[in-house]
Design a protein around this ligand. Structure first.
Ligand SMILES: Nc1ncnc2c1ncn2[C@@H]1O[C@H](COP(=O)(O)OP(=O)(O)OP(=O)(O)O)[C@@H](O)[C@H]1O
Ligand SMILES: O=c1ccn([C@@H]2O[C@H](COP(=O)(O)O)[C@@H](O)[C@H]2O)c(=O)[nH]1
Length: 300
């Protein structure tokens, strides 16, 4: 099956992605059973004529086959008692350690509501501190546009409705992008701003367990009123399918219900650096730098 999935899902995410495949997938199509054809004899004859009072169907062979089949099935199930249940086939194999060690790779998650100014501030940090900026939304949009992507249509719908794309897709896209960057850097090290991620608890846990533990969350705190104003303004030129009033409302709802619990989770662990994002871009950046230097030291 791995060979039939897109290249981005080369490794351990192949199995959990199976349920995401649309029914039209050739993989699933091949598994559909053919409709039972009407059976005829090779000669075209319809078989011996039953005598009067005799049923045209012989039931005993069917009963015998059913009993034998049931018995074989019970034996098979018993012999599998100590094996993993078949549903486990859909779960990712558990990984013992993340792909990247936090000693070599620094990850800062960047969160905030839609339009809080995450991308704007990440660009400043890239310029001044040499971070690599990976926006989960950008990676998803690129995957959506990639020719032949099995997930293009699904991603499109999720983004338009402001919903969170199933984590396997996003985590794998991030891992791929990080790997490419770390391999490019001769030192084997990396400094990443992971923007707009994790937006859901399952993503946070999966990423830290399998890709890399993050140092903390840089959280841009902004009012809905201000974010809505910014997004509607951006929507005039961005060409984004979700920068319209209807999608913006859905994105706000998802943010409050699904993404804020992630911020609260990291907050409880003392792993959130909060910046007031309603100010001018310059003032937001000044506060960001100050708080990051405090947390990471001047040389971060
Ligand atoms: N502090 C600010 N004050 C006013 N406008 C801002 C500020 N920061 C960013 N903007 C503008 O608001 C819009 C959204 O900013 P940005 O794209 O950085 O937000 P974002 O949090 O990355 O959004 P999304 O989550 O939708 O990707 C942009 O048009 C940007 O120029
Ligand atoms: O982890 C993620 C991140 C994003 N999405 C989807 O993408 C859009 C746009 O994200 P931006 O950060 O605003 O560019 C978001 O509304 C989600 O639909 C996601 O599913 N998972």
């Amino acid at each position: 099956m791995a060979s039939q999935l897109p290249r981005i899902f080369s490794r351990r995410f192949c199995q959990p992605l199976a349920p995401l495949l649309k029914p039209a997938s050739p993989i699933l199509r091949n598994l559909r059973t053919k409709p039972a054809g009407r059976r005829t004899y090779a000669t075209g004859e319809s078989g011996p004529t039953p005598r009067p009072g005799q049923s045209p169907f012989k039931v005993w062979p069917f009963i015998a086959i059913t009993l034998a089949g049931s018995g074989a099935y019970i034996l098979m199930v018993r012999s599998r008692a100590d094996m993993a249940p078949t549903t486990d086939l859909l779960k990712a194999p558990k990984k013992d350690t993340p792909v990247f060690s936090p000693e070599n790779v620094t990850v800062l998650f960047v969160l905030g509501g839609p339009g809080a100014g995450k991308g704007t501030q990440c660009a400043n940090l890239v310029r001044d501190y040499g971070f690599t900026h990976l926006s989960a939304g950008d990676l998803l949009r690129a995957e959506q546009e990639r020719e032949g992507s099995e997930f293009g249509e699904m991603i499109k719908e999720y983004i338009r409705d402001g919903k969170i794309v199933p984590m396997e897709v996003t985590v794998q896209l991030l891992e791929n992008a990080m790997t490419a960057q770390v391999e490019k850097d001769k030192s084997g090290k990396g400094k990443f701003l992971i923007d707009g991620f994790p937006r859901k608890m399952d993503q946070a846990i999966k990423f830290e367990e399998t890709v890399c533990p993050s140092k903390f969350v840089l959280f841009f705190d902004c009012t809905e009123e201000e974010m809505q104003k910014r997004l509607l303004e951006r929507g005039k030129t961005s060409g984004r399918a979700d920068d319209n009033a209807e999608s913006i409302m859905k994105r706000f709802k998802t943010f409050v219900e699904t993404s804020m619990p992630v911020v609260d989770y990291f907050e409880k662990q003392g792993r959130v650096v909060k910046v007031i994002a309603t100010q001018t871009p310059e003032a937001v950046y000044k506060e960001t730098r100050g708080k990051l230097e405090q947390r990471l030291g001047k040389e971060f």
